[in-house]
Design a protein around this ligand. Structure first.
Ligand code: PLP
Length: 384
C-alpha cells in the first residue's frame, strides 16, 4: 500500500490486442495446438515482413533462440564469445551451455551498448562470435561490429530482444547478424507470455536451423512432403512453440503499430517533461545516436549514484509508481565468474551504470493520468 491511496502504476502491463482472445479460442477449437500450425505460419510471415529476415523460426523463448544459435555455430568447449557484461543472463548462458566461454566487454556510457572500440582488443585465436545486444532497442555501432567480425572471420549474432521494429541507418535490427534472437516474453513490446524467434540471415544455416528446433529431426521436411519419413539427423531440442501461443502472438503483431504509437508517446513525454529536472540534478537521459530508430522498449534515467537510485525508487514506490533497476553485471555474477572471463580493462562503466540506472513504467495502456503521476512523482524527489 502506498501513501496516496491510489492503485499502484505497475512497471509493465501486457496490452490485450483486439483479436487476441478470438485467435486464442480459434486455435484451441481448431485442435491443432502443437507447433507449426496455421497461426505459427501467420506470425512467421508477419515477422518476416517486419524484419526482412531470410528465415524466421518461432521459438519457445529468446533464450532458446540464442541456444539454437550456439548449436548452429558448432561451438566447442573453450571457444570464446565476445558480449557485453551489461545484458540479460541468457545472452551468456546460451553459449556457456555449449562449453563456450563468454568474454565480457564493457559498454558505452551513452547508449549502454557493447563498446565497439573495445571489441577488437578482446579477440583471441579462440574467439568464434560476437553478440551485439541492442539495449533499449537502440542499435549498436553495427558498421564497426560487422567490420571487426568480418575481418576476423567471426559470426555476428544479434540479441534483439528489445529491438523489434528498431532500425539502424534504415535497416531493421535483426537483419545484420548471421542470426538474431527475438523475445516475446510478457515484458517485451509484443508478447505471448513466453516466446521468441530465431532470425536466420545466413541461409546456409536454414536447413539445419529447422532440424535443431525439431528435436534434431527432419520433421519439417517430412511435413512438406520432401522426405517420406522423419529421422534423427542431428542434435537439437524442443524449441517449437505451441500454435496457441502463436495465435496470441499473431494478434499482437497485427496490433503492432497501435502498441508502438502509444509507447513512443510515453517515451517522448518522459524525455521532454523530465529534461529540465534531469539537467538540474545531474541525471542522464537515454542517448539515441544519429541513424538509430528505437522501438520505445524502455525508458531509463541514470541517477548520480546508487544512493539516489535507491532513493528515487523508494520514493516512487511510496507514491504508487513501480520503477525497476536493470542488469547486474555478468562478469561479477557468480556464474559469470565461473563460466566466463572479463576482457582486459574490466567493465567499469557497466558496474557504474548497474548502480545508477532506473527504468520507468512504459506500456501501451499507460494513460495520461498515469503518465502525469509518474512524471510528477519523479520531479518531487528530493535528491540527496
Ligand atoms: C528478455 C531478454 C532475453 C530473454 O528473453 P526470453 O524470451 O525471456 O528468453 C534475452 N536477452 C535480452 C537482452 C532480454 O531483454
Amino acid at each position: 500500500m502506498n501513501t496516496i491511496g491510489l492503485d499502484a502504476i505497475p512497471f509493465n502491463r501486457p496490452h490485450l490486442s483486439p483479436r487476441e482472445l478470438d485467435y486464442l479460442a480459434e486455435a484451441v477449437r481448431g485442435g491443432s495446438t502443437s507447433g507449426d500450425g496455421p497461426f505459427t505460419r501467420r506470425a512467421t510471415a508477419l515477422l518476416q515482413e517486419m524484419t526482412g529476415a531470410g528465415q524466421v523460426l518461432l521459438t519457445t523463448s529468446c533464450t532458446h533462440a540464442l541456444e539454437m544459435s550456439a548449436i548452429l555455430l558448432d561451438l566447442r568447449p573453450g571457444d570464446e564469445v565476445i558480449m557485453p557484461s551489461f545484458t540479460f543472463v541468457s545472452t551468456a548462458n546460451a553459449y556457456a551451455l555449449r562449453g563456450a566461454v563468454p568474454v565480457f566487454v564493457d559498454c558505452r556510457p551513452d547508449t549502454l551498448n557493447l563498446d565497439e572500440r573495445l571489441v577488437e582488443a578482446a579477440v583471441t585465436e579462440r574467439t568464434r562470435a560476437i553478440v551485439a545486444v541492442h539495449y533499449a532497442g537502440v542499435a549498436c555501432a553495427m558498421e564497426v561490429l560487422c567490420e571487426v567480425a568480418g575481418r576476423h572471420g567471426l559470426a555476428l549474432i544479434e540479441d534483439n530482444a528489445h529491438g523489434l521494429g528498431g532500425s539502424y541507418r534504415g535497416r531493421p535490427l535483426g537483419s545484420f547478424g548471421r542470426m538474431a534472437a527475438q523475445s516475446f516474453h510478457a515484458t517485451k513490446n509484443v508478447q505471448c507470455g513466453e516466446g521468441g524467434a530465431l532470425l536466420v540471415n545466413d541461409l546456409d544455416l536454414a536447413a539445419r536451423a529447422e532440424i535443431v528446433r525439431e528435436k534434431g529431426t527432419d520433421r519439417s521436411r517430412f511435413f512438406r512432403g520432401q522426405v517420406d519419413k522423419y529421422r534423427w539427423v542431428g542434435i537439437g531440442s524442443s524449441y517449437l512453440p505451441s500454435d496457441v501461443l502463436a495465435a496470441q502472438l499473431t494478434a499482437q503483431l497485427e496490433a503492432f503499430d497501435g502498441i508502438q504509437a502509444r509507447r513512443h508517446e510515453v517515451w517522448r513525454t518522459y524525455h521532454e517533461e523530465l529534461a529540465d529536472w534531469a539537467a538540474a540534478h545531474g541525471v542522464s537521459q537515454p542517448a539515441v545516436p544519429e541513424g538509430c530508430l528505437h522501438p520505445a522498449h524502455l525508458y531509463y534515467l541514470l541517477l548520480p549514484d546508487l544512493e539516489n537510485r535507491q532513493g528515487l525508487m523508494a520514493h516512487l514506490r511510496d507514491n504508487g509508481v513501480q520503477a525497476a533497476f536493470h542488469y547486474q553485471p555478468l562478469h561479477i555474477a557468480p556464474a559469470g565468474a565461473r563460466y566466463g572471463r572479463v576482457a582486459e580493462g574490466g567493465c567499469p562503466v557497466t558496474e557504474q551504470v548497474a548502480d545508477r540506472l532506473l527504468r520507468l513504467p512504459v506500456y501501451a495502456d499507460l494513460d495520461e493520468a498515469g503518465l502525469t503521476r509518474v512524471i510528477d512523482a519523479v520531479r518531487a524527489y528530493g535528491m540527496s
